[in-house]
Every structure is written in structure tokens, then in C-alpha cells.
Write a protein that binds this ligand. Structure first.
Ligand SMILES: [Zn+2]
Length: 372
């Protein structure tokens, strides 16, 4: 069975909903047809010539990238320009392009979380460095026949409901009597057509982030034994999990400059790494931000960070860090975002397999321009 562009987008929306992207970021389906079938996906950092050529070579119908294709508004698609030629080529080869950029940067489990995990740092205990928002929450109330509650609770939890802090499977239940009368054309799990049924039921309540709504309701309808599932969703005036750019964490023991450099070199392949120790030799409070970290220096200092690991630091970023006593490791824009791409490939593969799609997911192997 083949998936469609729309299916892949629904998986990506669960991981990094477009609603949490930073304002003005041109994310989402950049080019293509939501109904197009997809047998192969290529995951790449940039929607550039190398990525489009590799997608075409592999026969991939979809290119999923971190950086968007359209940063600036186009007034024409003229093949005399590199951008016009690239877009025209992607259209000719029927390659659908989708970008998850700042929405993937700020998503829980996003780019910086994958960077921390790849470096072997305690990502689970990390806090957000620059908060850009919080998850909106919903209350789900569903009425389930007594005896089915465990199966439904487990399924809802696996789909992302019932999470409060580090506690999972958070629900409340109270027993009561549900009534219904099966009508013409029904096939009731309990009861008989045309007769009022009084069923022994539980009112099961739980909580979920808004962006999990589709996945949770889909699972609920799949596992609930009733033909018609009675459920309610209420918006909540509560602040959910904080989301934002970068993470700050503390390993069990402070790490030395050399240990951090070796981790970045060995696990990220950061060959052109640069660093500034700010006169320190060990680091307890470590911040990480995949991509460009210059704008986050002030947030790192505010959170009393000892060292910030990111990429693309400019001369003036170094001078700012020097003045503020913050150590920096510049491991490279691409090297610090690569763990996020690896995870994106694994994630899509897992989702497609779980839904029995035979769609293949590849990671880009070709390389664009690199500093010598
Ligand atoms: Zn980037």
C-alpha cells in the first residue's frame, strides 16, 4: 500500500505541528500535490540542487527538508536563475517538497533534543532555553463499557494523551449508567435494536495537547468497542509544556572542555569545530541549540549556562560571549542539525511501518558546498 503526501504531512504535523513555528517562517508544503502517491521519501537539510538531484535519482516523490525552499517571495519562476531552475526541475520530476523548520526546532523532541541525545547528554531532564510558547491543552472525556478501560487508557496514552510532567497514563474515572437505543441499521456491541439499553459504563477523563487531537481521536475510535463512540473535548485554560529554542541541561558530573570537544567531533562528525572556553576548564550547566546559536547567547547567560554548543557563531557573537563570560562550542550549523534529520528519517519510517505502508525513507548522502 502506498502513502500520499497528505499522509506524510499528518505524521510530520504530529511531531512538529505547523502552528508552533516562529512567526513568518515559510514552512509546510512548499511544492506539490497533497494527493500524490509516495513510494519513496528523501530527508535532507536543504531543498537544494544536490537534494533534488538525489531525490530524482532515487525515484523519490517527496523531499522532506528542515530548511524551507521559499524564504523570499518570488515574482517569477525563470529558469535563468538558480532558484527558478531548481523549482522548475522539482516540478518536472514531480518531487513534492515539504519543510519542517522552526516548528521542528521548537517542538518537544525536536532538533536540539535530538542533538542532546546524540551527544549522550540527559535530554529528558532538559529545560527550554528560549521559551516561544506552550502547548495548548484539551480535556477528553469518553464513556467506555466497564472492562474496556485498561485497553482504552493504554491506547490513548500511547497516542500522546494523559501526560502530565513526567507522569504518563494520567486519567480519572467514575462509574455510572449510560443509556442509548440502537436504531435502524445499527450493529450494537451491547443491546438490541429498538430497545432502550442501560449500560454499565465509566466516564474516563484525560488530557492531551491540541496537536495530538487527530491521533488520539483516531486511536480512540479504533480501540473503543462501540459503533458510535460518545466523547467530548473541552479547551483548557492551562499552560501546557513549554516549547522553544534550545535546551539547557546538567549532566551528573561536570564535563571538561576536551570531553565536550571529543563528543562533538566523534558523535556529530564536527571536523571544523571552533571553541572559546571563557577561561573555564569544566562545565556543569550546558546549553544546546541546533543550527545558528548567536541569537540565543543572551538567553543562555540569563539561565546561568556555562557553555553553549551550537553553530554559525559570528565574530560579534564571540565578543558578546567574552563580555558575558559564556564559553562557546561552534560545532557547525549542519553538524548540529544532522541528529534531527536522522531522527526524522527513523520517525517517518516507524510511522509508515506501523500503518503498513511500504514507503521507503532515505537520508541524503550527497553533499552541497562545504568550507575547506
Ligand atoms: Zn538551520
Amino acid at each position: 500500500m502506498r502513502s500520499t503526501v497528505k499522509t506524510i504531512i499528518s505524521y510530520l504535523e504530529e511531531l512538529a505541528p505547523q502552528s508552533i513555528a516562529l512567526p513568518g517562517d515559510p514552512i509546510g508544503l512548499q511544492l506539490g500535490n497533497p494527493d500524490a502517491e509516495v513510494a519513496k521519501i528523501l530527508v535532507a537539510l536543504d531543498p537544494d540542487r544536490e537534494a533534488v538531484e538525489e531525490a530524482a535519482f532515487l525515484g523519490a516523490e517527496m523531499l522532506v527538508t528542515h530548511h524551507p525552499l521559499f524564504y523570499h517571495q518570488l515574482s517569477s519562476i525563470n529558469e535563468d536563475s538558480p532558484a527558478g531552475a531548481l523549482i522548475a526541475e522539482a516540478i518536472r520530476k514531480r518531487i513534492n517538497i515539504y519543510s519542517a523548520h522552526t516548528n521542528y526546532d521548537v517542538a518537544p523532541g525536536g532538533v536540539s533534543y535530538q542533538l542532546a541525545k546524540t551527544l549522550g547528554l540527559p535530554a529528558e531532564k532538559a529545560e527550554v532555553l528560549e521559551v516561544t510558547g506552550s502547548e495548548d491543552l484539551l480535556k477528553l472525556v469518553v464513556f467506555v463499557p466497564v472492562g474496556c478501560e485498561e485497553q482504552i487508557r493504554d491506547a490513548l496514552s500511547a497516542a500522546g494523551a494523559g501526560q502530565i510532567g513526567n507522569y504518563s497514563h494520567c486519567t480519572f474515572q467514575v462509574r455510572g449508567t449510560g443509556t442509548f437505543m440502537p436504531g435502524e441499521g445499527t450493529d450494537p456491541y451491547i443491546g438490541t435494536r429498538g430497545q432502550l439499553e442501560k449500560a454499565d459504563e465509566l466516564r474516563l477523563e484525560t488530557i492531551l495537547p491540541v496537536f495530538r487531537r487527530g491521533a488520539v481521536i483516531e486511536v480512540l475510535k479504533r480501540v473503543h468497542p462501540y459503533e458510535e463512540v460518545a466523547y467530548d473535548l473541552y479547551p483548557l485554560d492551562l499552560e501546557g509544556k513549554k516549547i522553544g529554542l534550545g535546551l539547557v541541561l546538567e549532566p551528573e558530573k561536570p564535563l571538561s572542555t576536551q570531553q565536550l570537544i571529543q563528543l562533538c567531533r566523534n558523535r556529530l562528525g564536527a571536523d571544523n569545530l571552533r571553541y572559546w572556553t571563557a577561561g573555564k576548564s569544566t562545565f556543569k550547566r550546558i546549553a544546546l541549540c541546533g543550527g545558528s546559536g548567536g541569537s540565543i547567547i543572551k538567553h543562555a547567560v540569563r539561565q546561568k549556562v556555562d557553555i553553549l554548543i551550537s553553530g554559525d557563531f559570528r565574530y560579534h557573537d564571540l565578543k558578546q560571549a567574552e563580555g558575558l563570560g559564556l564559553a562557546l562550542i561552534d560545532a557547525g550549523h549542519d553538524a548540529t542539525e544532522k541528529p534531527g534529520l536522522d531522527y526524522l528519517r527513523q520517525y517517518l519510517e516507524r510511522k509508515l511501518q506501523a500503518d503498513s505502508f511500504g514507503t521507503e525513507v532515505c537520508l541524503q548522502t550527497s553533499e552541497g558546498a562545504k568550507w575547506s
